[in-house]
Design a protein around this ligand. Structure first.
Ligand code: HEC
Ligand code: HEC
Length: 286
């Protein structure tokens, strides 16, 4: 399951320093500016309400949310999408990261500890204004490009090419590598999943198998969210798989995470891949 917890094992070629642009944006940022986790690029400022300071400008260990979650909130596969949730849900997750009841080996525990309550509230309320879009295309494939995990813990195809069997993995790649590394909020991802996994995931969660509990009871019709229970539809499939592993082994263990114990208790790694493939393939648009 290491594919769900990407760790850097390679790097993209170094880039020249000049300013970069994106279609339809009047902004220009150098690669150094794009990767400044305290001051991320805001390519299309007209597409969202004015953001609170902490979303765009970090301080010390409190890195700016927009760097990893993007200024659209859709995020990269190694982080998380933050659109389509209530402010209460987001604020509760931050409290769980702060207390350690929810652990993220990468980033979030340290960030949550550095934030003031006011910054957490402002960020939660702002992300809750963002509408989810279809951001990841889920495709079944028996073989996938050979890949490595590079800068920002994002997975990229090897320049030398080649393919390999997918096995029991989800392999997510940028739809456009150059745009994704610019933190472009318009350029999404492709998640390759094993053949047959989408239908298998659907059958598993619609119940009847006795292996799990119908997710829509809590996550709402079409899994688009219900009150403060988060949407599942259209989340990054590797993020969904990662969370199911973390609920199963108790690493995500906040008060509300207790409700996820039974649904995951009997799931195998293969079941988790299938469920993540299915829910990731659903449209989150209301
Ligand atoms: C350096 C990268 C980075 C930055 C900056 C960052 N995050 Fe995160 N965030 C992550 C990662 C990685 C995860 C996924 C954790 C996991 O897989 O359990 C995440 C997950 C989350 C989640 C959980 C989402 C869910 O669906 O439960 C919330 C909420 C969140 N971040 C809020 C924030 C806020 C608010 C900020 C700004 C103060 C922020 N993040 C800044 C990397 C980052
Ligand atoms: C009894 C209610 C309940 C059922 C049934 C349930 N969930 Fe959940 N689920 C929750 C709650 C509540 C949370 C938020 C947990 C937290 O705050 O840590 C959650 C969170 C999640 C998350 C994390 C989302 C995120 O953005 O981090 C995933 C993934 C998930 N559930 C998948 C499923 C799947 C798949 C099923 C069906 C097989 C399912 N859940 C069934 C209540 C439920």
């Amino acid at each position: 399951m290491s594919w769900a917890f990407p760790a850097i094992n390679g790097s993209l070629p170094a880039e020249e320093g000049g300013p970069r642009n994106l279609p339809g944006s009047t902004k220009a940022y150098t690669p150094q500016q794009i990767d400044d986790l305290s001051n991320p690029p805001d390519w299309y400022p007209d597409e969202h309400a004015p953001a609170p300071q902490i979303v765009q400008h970090g301080h010390a260990g409190a890195l700016a949310c927009g760097a990893c979650h993007l200024m659209s909130g859709e995020g990269h596969p190694e982080s998380a999408g933050l659109t389509g949730f209530t402010a209460e849900y987001i604020i509760r997750q931050m409290a769980d990261f702060k207390s350690g009841a929810r652990k993220d080996a990468a980033r979030m525990n340290g960030i949550a500890k550095e934030l003031s309550d006011e910054e957490t509230r402002q960020a939660g309320e702002w992300f809750a204004t963002l509408k989810p879009t279809v951001w990841t295309k889920v495709m079944e494939a028996a073989t996938v490009p050979k890949t490595f995990v590079g800068q920002g813990r994002m997975r990229f195809a090897l320049a030398a090419g080649g393919t390999e069997p997918i096995g029991n993995r989800i392999i997510t790649l940028p739809q456009d590598q150059s745009k994704a590394t610019k933190r472009d909020p318009h350029s999404g991802f492709i998640a390759y999943v094993p053949p047959g996994s989408i239908a298998k995931g659907e059958a598993l969660i619609k119940g009847g198998s006795g292996k799990t509990i119908a997710c829509n009871i809590c996550h709402g019709d079409s899994l688009k969210g219900l009150g403060n229970v988060p949407r599942l539809a259209g989340l990054h499939p590797i993020y969904v798989a990662r969370q199911l592993f973390l609920f199963r082994d108790g690493t995500r263990n906040g008060g509300d995470a207790q409700l996820m114990k039974k649904p995951v208790a009997q799931l195998t790694d293969e079941d988790i891949v299938a469920i993540a493939a299915y829910v990731g393939s659903l449209s989150p648009v209301k």
